[in-house]
Design a protein around this ligand. Structure first.
Ligand SMILES: [Zn+2]
Ligand SMILES: [Zn+2]
Length: 459
């Protein structure tokens, strides 16, 4: 039975918790005291329609009551359904798949369908943008696959010590690089609302309009001269008048301090690849969420709720944005994942099948007649199939990354270019001002702290 609590919750035992209504409740009360379930049953018995609101409340109550006892005085901790579902589903599907060849196909094909079906249903009842569903799926897959490899494949005693050490070292390196990738991707903190903002005497006069843009087009100055001209950050010739703005009205990164000063460029002038959105026929350089002017190559992530410099994309599998600071470790983590996937599944398949040596050095599985002869062999084989399928998907994503880095374009820039009809089948961006040739692009990606912004982009 739930009892209301005061403002200060007292010490909770391991099976108690504070429910979503702010009442003190007990795990043993999880199957009773739900008015919404009573209402839904009443409606069903009376052949009345169950309101979607009632279903949403039932779902929220179930999610609130999924808890496990926990010591420490803070009571039972909530088990999030989006986290727990992959932890149950991945091992269950692989175990089912180890029954026989037909079940292997059924389990491995239905697993992604069931996962995405759950995600769709879960999404319908949860409005928060951030979810640990995909990272839980990825982590469970890696940990469970390694558990099977260690428990069942290594037990065959056909793997050499150096082979195991190579695989294990690569796996440790993968976790370390993932840890580096999870760090700050390059959040832009400047220009936030909590920062002291200098006053602008007549901000409206600095808002570019079509006349202003027209004067730029007709002037002999190029964009760079206009925007980065010594101390005065902007000098504009409009209607014969020379306007300038002092550097005190700018923050340290040459960005405007409020929205009214942020330039808006008419879309017909935006011939370059840009990661920022075009709305109402203008390139929008101001982020209303972060309250800052977005430099070129910046993107706002609605999951991280922040602008990120040289943003590539938000990777749901590690639940982190990929940007200026972590793109390199992200690429290395993909290489290590692919290596571990291919090498681990090769070691497994050459162990569970009788291998044959080709060209004196390639060991390849040859006789695979006894894959389902015992549980140890079958679960190793099904896990290897699952790993091969996952690795193939990562391999495609890796090839895509190689293609993008080779032309020095981010996924976000290419996405915008595709939306504006400025890309070739979504893989090659036209008019990419950052592209300085294959070798220079890779040298910059590998050795420079961050990828540069072409001066050909004015704002
Ligand atoms: Zn933003
Ligand atoms: Zn993000």
């Amino acid at each position: 039975m739930s009892v209301p609590i005061g403002n200060e919750p007292s010490h909770l035992c391991c099976c108690e918790y504070v429910n979503r209504k702010g009442e003190r409740s007990h795990l043993l009360a999880c199957l009773c005291d739900c008015e919404d379930i009573d209402l839904a049953f009443d409606n069903c018995i009376n052949c009345n329609k169950v309101q979607s609101n009632t279903m949403r409340n039932i779902s929220a109550t179930i999610a609130d009551r999924c808890r496990i006892p926990w010591c420490g005085g803070r009571g039972a901790i909530q088990v999030r359904l989006d986290v727990i579902f992959p932890i149950i589903m991945v091992p269950s599907c692989i175990l089912l798949g180890s029954i026989g060849p037909v079940m292997t196909i059924v389990a491995l094909v239905s697993m992604p369908f069931l996962m995405f079906l759950f995600y769709r249903i879960w999404r319908r009842h949860h409005t928060q943008v951030r979810t640990k569903f995909f990272s839980s799926w990825a982590n469970t897959s890696i940990i469970f696959s390694y558990f099977v490899f260690q428990t069942f494949v290594v037990a065959f005693r056909k793997i050499l010590l150096w082979e195991f050490l190579l695989f294990f070292t690569a796996l440790l390196a993968l976790f370390y690089v993932l840890y580096l990738t999870k760090k700050n991707p390059g959040f832009l903190k400047f220009g936030h609302a909590d920062q002291e903002t200098p006053t602008v005497e007549d901000p409206q006069s600095w808002r570019p309009n079509s006349k202003w843009i027209e004067s730029l087009k007709n002037s002999d100055k190029n964009w760079n001269d206009v925007y980065l001209n010594g101390d005065a950050k902007i000098q504009i010739d409009a209607n014969g008048e020379n306007h300038s703005i002092s550097s005190s009205q700018y923050n340290m990164t040459n960005n405007c301090v409020n929205e009214s000063m942020a330039p808006m460029i008419p879309m017909e002038l935006v011939t370059w690849v840009d990661s920022r959105p075009i709305e109402g026929h203008y390139l929008i350089t101001w982020c209303g969420f972060c309250n800052l002017q977005r430099p070129p190559r910046t993107g706002h992530c609605y999951v991280c709720n922040s602008c990120i410099g040289v943003r590539d994309h938000h990777c749901v599998w590690i639940d982190n944005c990929i940007g200026a600071n972590n793109h390199r470790p992200f690429l290395v983590s993909m290489i290590l994942f692919i290596f571990c996937g291919i090498y681990g599944s090769h070691l497994t398949l050459t162990t569970v099948c009788t291998p044959e040596i080709y060209y004196n050095w390639i060991l390849w599985p040859n006789d695979c007649r006894f894959l389902y002869s015992d549980f140890q062999t079958s679960i190793s084989f099904v896990t290897a199939c699952y790993v091969i399928a996952s690795t193939s998907i990562i391999l495609l994503a890796f090839v895509q990354q190689i293609l993008f880095i080779s032309q020095n374009v981010t996924s976000q820039e290419l996405h915008r270019a595709t939306m504006n009809g400025k890309s070739c089948i979504g893989l090659y961006a036209y008019n990419n001002v950052h592209n300085r040739g294959l070798r220079k692009n890779w040298m910059e990606f590998i050795f420079k702290p961050s990828r540069s912004i072409s001066p050909k982009i004015p704002v």
